[in-house]
Design a protein around this ligand. Structure first.
Ligand SMILES: NC(=O)c1ccc[n+]([C@@H]2O[C@H](COP(=O)([O-])OP(=O)(O)OC[C@H]3O[C@@H](n4cnc5c(N)ncnc54)[C@H](O)[C@@H]3O)[C@@H](O)[C@H]2O)c1
Length: 247
């Protein structure tokens, strides 16, 4: 039997990059996947591909920073497969504003999209998982959460550090309901977002111990572990997937 057979998963930011690779990885392992993104066209094209490959998937249009709509959107998501066993919070933006130039507006935008959304999406899904007595929460943090933002900015690093702590809060409060909550901290991953960052112009052999950039699939493998029952005794944890860059 497939690792995620019978499970329903919601992946935000599933339209491209790390979210896309995660959605595909979960579907390949038997999950029914909701590919949720603000870009509905790309979410639909991933869904079409998963269906062609014999998997099960549906697309959902969502802007994770439209907070008032979150309860209704999660309700919609639940109805698609009747439950939500796995939530993978991937939707997010990056920023590279110099520390002296961060404004109230740019700070709030980053917090809204990268941190506040993660809390309120998870809060809404948490209620569904509590009712089920089962859930796997996986959140996309960053290497920047651990060592400060270098190519990404201070507001991004702060938001991603917030995700690590909120993940622990959900882990503590979810434990009695068999809900685990864990985060992944990717290093330099060559996705459409990654290609906009300054590190993508540097030869990875010169600064990444494993000598290459990460791929979205490298991150999807960590997501699969936390989304599956292989990680049943792991909660409030995070995994560094960075080719050794944190050392
Ligand atoms: N690429 C890296 O090197 C790297 C490193 C560390 C962490 N991360 C994190 O991983 C996540 C994904 O990164 P990526 O490189 O795949 O990015 P990406 O920009 O390539 O893809 C992000 C996806 O999220 C969607 N999205 C953005 N804002 C949204 C919103 N408000 N509502 C719904 N969907 C939205 C986009 O439409 C897109 O499909 C982000 O949270 C990012 O911070 C990436």
């Amino acid at each position: 039997m497939a690792l995620l057979s019978g499970r329903a998963a919601l992946v935000t930011g599933g339209g491209r990059g790390i979210g896309e690779a995660s959605a595909r990885r979960l579907a390949d392992n038997g999950a029914k996947v909701i590919v949720a993104d603000m870009n509905l066209a790309s979410a639909k094209s991933i869904v079409d591909d998963i269906l062609k490959g014999g998997g099960e998937a549906k697309a959902l249009e969502i802007d994770v920073a439209e907070f008032e709509k979150i309860p209704q959107k999660i309700n919609e998501a639940k109805k698609l497969f009747g439950r939500i066993d796995i939530l993978v919070n991937v939707a997010g933006i990056t920023g590279s504003t110099p520390i002296e130039e961060i404004t109230l507006e740019s700070w709030d935008r980053m917090m809204n999209i990268d941190l506040k959304s993660m809390f309120f999406i998870t809060q809404a899904v948490f209620a569904v998982m509590k009712e089920q007595g089962y859930g796997k929460l996986v959140h996309m943090s960053s290497l920047a959460a651990l060592r400060g933002g270098r190519s990404s900015d201070a507001s991004y690093a702060a938001a991603k550090a917030g995700i690590l702590n909120l993940s622990k809060c959900f882990a503590l409060h979810g434990a009695p309901y068999h809900i685990t909550s864990n985060a992944v901290c990717p290093g330099n991953i060559l996705t459409p977002m990654g290609k906009t960052l300054s590190w993508s112009k540097i030869d990875p052999k010169t600064y990444i111990p494993l000598g290459r950039y990460g791929t979205a699939e490298d991150i999807a493998n960590a997501v699969l572990f936390y989304a599956s029952d292989m990680s049943d005794y792991v909660t409030g944890d995070s995994m560094n997937v960075n080719g050794g860059l944190y050392m």
